[in-house]
Design a protein around this ligand. Structure first.
Ligand code: 5RP
Length: 261
């Protein structure tokens, strides 16, 4: 199975594997959502199996909860855990200040609550997510279904006075019906192409009635771990300014891939 990984999956796996080095015995962890975060859950499960690592995770989606349970990673709720040591999650884009766009997997609301309730957030990503300016990836905004078309119109009107390049807003679909999040909401995708002032945009969007949360994570992420398909892994710490590069061994026979067979 491992030998069949695409270069992008290999990069995601390496980032996830390196990030799990930050996990210490006894930690309470936020478990992100998405394909990169799924690798992280697999790497964590391997450390639990092989080292007897004791951790408990708070999943950020029903998908992650299901995967963690399937792989034997103990989980709990945020209300039980109250505060977390570390959250490890993927991202759709990150910039030089480690501000993020998240929500490509429609889990931004739980992801933001969980990351904010953590001492530290580590983002794991392949190098394609590294951007000089956020906005090429459509910005997800979670809205309540009641009056969503009015909320969409208000979002479009608000964008007129903001520093963005484009203002198309679309409702995310799941086949013929609107996609419904774990919190029973809808997602609007804002096709902005370039976000000049992410901090201002994040604040203004959350003032609109009907908007529950937006996918801009500002000053939440501390470290990004970037995987490269050639085996290199870059660790960038926004607080210390340090950038480290090393190699992570890719072990094709690892039983980490067992659930994918
Ligand atoms: C889910 C997210 C994901 O972290 C983001 O979409 C990245 O996904 P992937 O690791 O599959 O590229 O924000 O809501």
């Amino acid at each position: 199975m491992a030998a069949d990984l695409s270069p992008i999956d290999k990069a995601k796996f390496l980032a996830a594997k390196r990030a799990t080095d930050f996990v210490e015995d006894g930690m309470k962890l936020g478990l992100g959502t998405g394909s990169t975060a799924a690798w992280m859950v697999r790497c964590l499960a391997e450390r639990i199996r092989e080292e007897g690592l004791r951790v408990v995770g708070v999943p950020t989606s029903s998908r992650t909860a299901q995967l963690a349970t399937q792989l034997g990673v103990p989980i709990t709720t945020l209300d039980e855990a109250k505060w977390l040591d570390l959250t490890i999650d993927g991202a759709d884009e990150f910039d030089g200040n480690l501000n993020l766009i998240k929500g490509g997997g429609a889990a931004l609301l739980q992801e933001k609550i969980v990351a904010t309730a953590s001492d530290q957030m580590i983002v794991i990503a392949d190098a394609a997510k590294d951007v000089t300016q956020l906005g090429a990836f459509p910005l997800p905004v979670e809205v309540i279904p009641f009056g969503w078309q009015t909320t969409k119109a208000l979002v479009e009107e608000t964008l007129v006075s903001l520093d963005v390049l484009n203002r198309d807003v679309t409702l995310r679909m799941n086949g013929a019906a609107p996609l419904v999040t774990d919190e029973s909401n809808y997602i609007l995708d804002l096709h902005l192409k370039r976000i000049g002032n992410p901090r201002q945009l994040a604040l203004v969007l959350n003032q609109i009635p009907g908007v529950v949360e937006n996918g801009l994570f500002i000053d939440i992420c501390d470290i990004v771990v970037i995987g490269h398909a050639d085996g290199r892994v870059t660790v960038r710490d926004v607080n210390s300014g340090e950038i480290e590069e090393d190699r992570v061994e890719f072990v094709p026979t690892s039983n980490i891939f067992a659930d994918l067979d």
